[in-house]
Design a protein around this ligand. Structure first.
Ligand code: PLP
Length: 382
């Protein structure tokens, strides 16, 4: 039987091995160490912020970011409905309430006009809006040129969930640097990985110092264990930071591989009416995951048909994120919707996009899609 082709598996090799073994042999096994500091420095440099705090996950970084910008229990926080659950979970950790906003159907990113509208409605009702958390969906930056003034005018802090977007940019400015604080993830399926990990980035050094303090159980500087407040065990290990340093050296090469894959898909689907690549116009995306949208009325088949065809051939695909307002967890949550996220959930399909895919694997995926398209002789449905 052929080997399963996954959506976005980790891409690690001899460089990662050598960095990890070197860290192990250096004796800096736990908890902190020089690789941790160097990794924070290198990420801050890459993103263009004053500093960074390495933590155990992107979700932990989101939690610290929201605390850092002053979100309080009872606040509302504006979150795109099309996102991974972590964005909303971090809001819950604080006892604040996420309010969901729909997306732009062409990019999957939050709809800026709708967000401005929601902000006005919430404020006219006297709600305290603790933050807005735009998500750079699938590695493509939100239109910050439009969103930033909306946040500034309302004096609501912007926290950028750039968990999927390291290496992307918007008008030349790196993803992660647009908000008061930004969040990155190094989970196993992301553009680069530390097997699990995340990073908080910001220009606000006081915010970063405070986050670093909270991430180490809020231990006071004393010889004994002294604590004044509740902290968290969120620090990234020095060993994993070493892995991250090696991955960061290869980031551009890995992005180039993903972009190549996206180009293959673009070529393959170009002649198919009704099939489009999500966010295809964004040349600054890191191409984390390639998503197609399928209009059944125009091409005569739907995303699920292609997914089933590929699954039979051990090729993994996924729907886009199930919108938060449809999740049982958020039943009854307040949302401002246009239907765009629900349509993307129904019509979108995430294709194998990993930089570790070999040439024969890529050829196998493309041939399987080709075969599917050739079999759709029925043409558009009547
Ligand atoms: C992956 C992801 C996260 C969370 O990252 P973890 O490191 O898995 O905790 C947050 N937001 C979005 C949009 C993500 O895709």
């Amino acid at each position: 039987m052929s080997q399963t082709i996954h959506l976005s598996p980790p891409d690690v090799g001899p460089l990662e091995e050598s960095y990890l073994v070197a860290a192990l042999r250096s004796g800096w096994v736990a908890p902190a160490g020089p690789d941790l500091q160097a990794f924070e420095h290198d990420i801050a440099e890459r993103v263009g912020t004053n500093g960074a705090v390495a933590v155990s996950s992107g979700t932990a970084a989101l939690h610290l970011a929201l605390l850092g910008v002053g979100v309080r229990p009872g606040d509302v926080v504006i979150v795109p409905t099309l996102t991974f659950v972590a964005t909303a979970n971090a809001v819950h950790y604080i006892g604040a309430r996420p309010v969901f906003v729909d997306c732009d159907p062409r990019t999957g990113n939050l709809d800026v006009d709708l967000t401005a509208d929601l902000l006005r409605r919430l404020r006219s009702r006297g709600e305290r809006v603790g933050a807005i958390v735009p998500v750079d969906m699938f590695g493509s930056c939100v239109d910050y040129l439009s969103l930033a003034p909306v946040c500034a005018e309302a004096e609501v802090p912007l926290v950028e969930d750039a968990a999927e977007a390291l290496g992307a940019s918007h008008r030349g400015q790196p993803a992660g640097s647009f908000g008061h604080a930004g969040v990155l993830s190094f989970n196993g399926n992301k553009i680069m990985t530390t097997s699990g990990g995340g990073m908080l980035v910001s220009d606000d050094v006081a915010l970063l110092d405070r986050a670093r303090h909270l991430s180490t159980q809020a231990r006071e500087p004393a010889r004994h264990y002294e604590h004044r407040e509740t902290g968290y065990n969120y620090r990234l290990s020095n060993l994993l930071a070493a892995l991250g340093r090696a991955q960061l050296l290869r980031l551009d090469e890995m992005i180039a591989r993903r972009r190549q894959l996206r180009d293959h898909y673009a070529k393959l689907f170009a002649p198919v009416p009704g099939v489009q690549l999500l966010g295809a116009e964004d040349t600054e995306s890191n191409c984390w995951l390639t998503v197609i949208t399928v209009e059944r009325e125009r091409c005569g088949w739907q995303a699920d048909d292609l997914a089933a065809h590929l699954a039979e051939r051990d090729i993994e695909t996924r729907p886009v994120w199930k919108p938060m307002h449809l999740q049982p967890l958020h039943a009854g949550a307040e949302s401002l919707l246009t239907g765009a996220a629900e349509r993307l959930f129904a019509d979108g399909l995430t294709l194998p996009s990993g930089s570790a895919l070999t040439e024969p694997q890529i050829a196998r995926v493309l041939a399987a899609i080709d075969e599917f398209l050739a079999a759709q002789t029925g043409g558009p449905a009547a």
